[in-house]
Ligand binder design. Structure first.
Ligand SMILES: NC(=O)c1ccc[n+]([C@@H]2O[C@H](COP(=O)([O-])OP(=O)(O)OC[C@H]3O[C@@H](n4cnc5c(N)ncnc54)[C@H](OP(=O)(O)O)[C@@H]3O)[C@@H](O)[C@H]2O)c1
Length: 257
């Protein structure tokens, strides 16, 4: 049988429907992802700790959007299980999980900002495991689901001043790789999106002035907008069934790794 020419083959794209859960949805990239998925036609559950900020994001989706605000601390395993129950009960079984909750502290290892280290591991590493524990079994039993984790270019390469953050992002990259290999054949897709610098409040939360002065100063390059990252998430979820977007590295043009 002759192969169809690429030009003749109708392009398949997956319709955007179903239910998405977005952690870190109160701000920055998570808020932009929630808006993009909602605009695309999905029901969206918005999870983060700050309820007023979540409500503002909810309002920005418009009155006809189907969306749920669930204040959730991703470091609290029980709270994340409750989030899963609320989503399933109020919106339906989740098809897409977007792990976007995160913190980023520039610190020098020698300055031993242990609270920042611990928070980084709690939110990024344990938080991601908590959402996987809460949502993955249901996805596997339904034979469909897409786990998307907003990782970082720091998950591919260590940045000085961001050793613990880079380690945490490498952790979620490796867990995602293992998850992808173990779930092949179950209907699950696993994507990591790896942005470089994005213009969000995350850029302004560091307290180690020495680390910031050495490694955290803006380069002057035009950095990404949260919507740029949301576009990559939309791209990943819009692909046909047989096509998995495993990793997307997105960087400001002038800041390659
Ligand atoms: N901005 C960048 O340059 C950049 C680059 C690469 C990767 N990323 C990654 O992108 C993700 C989103 O960051 P962003 O840039 O959009 O920053 P952001 O605007 O500061 O958003 C961080 C989000 O994480 C949530 N969060 C923090 N701790 C949480 C917790 N314990 N439980 C639940 N939610 C929590 C925050 O909500 P609450 O405070 O309301 O809980 C907020 O919604 C992070 O994983 C970050 O590492 C960012």
């Amino acid at each position: 049988m002759e192969r169809q020419n690429r030009e003749d083959r109708p392009r398949e794209t997956a319709p955007l429907d179903g239910v998405a859960v977005v952690t870190g949805a109160s701000s920055g990239i998570g808020a932009a992802v929630a808006r993009a998925l909602s605009k695309g036609g999905m029901k969206v559950a918005l999870a983060a700790r700050r309820e007023p900020a979540l409500r503002e994001v909810r309002a920005s989706l418009g009155p006809h959007a189907e969306a749920l605000v669930v204040p959730t601390d991703v470091t609290d395993r029980g709270a994340v299980k409750k989030l899963a129950g609320r989503v399933e009960g109020d919106l339906g079984p989740p098809d897409v999980l977007v792990n976007c909750a995160g913190v980023m502290y520039y610190t020098l290892m020698q300055n031993a900002h242990e609270d920042d280290w611990e928070c980084t591991v709690d939110v990024i590493c344990k938080g991601t495991l908590n959402t996987l524990g809460a949502f993955l079994p249901g996805m596997i039993s339904r034979g469909r689901g897409h786990v998307i984790t907003v990782s970082s270019d720091a998950g591919r390469k260590v940045f000085p001043g961001l050793a613990v953050y880079s380690g945490a992002k490498a952790f979620v990259e490796f867990v995602s790789q293992g998850l992808r290999l173990e779930t092949a054949g179950t209907g699950i897709k696993v994507t990591t999106v790896q942005p470089g610098n994005v213009d969000t409040p995350l850029q302004r939360m560091s307290r180690d002035r020495e680390a910031l002065a050495l490694y955290g100063e803006p380069t002057g390059a035009r950095i990404l907008a949260p919507e740029d990252v949301a576009d990559a998430v939309l791209y990943a979820v819009s692909q046909p069934e047989h096509l998995a977007v495993n990793e997307v590295l997105l960087q400001p043009r002038e800041e390659p790794i």
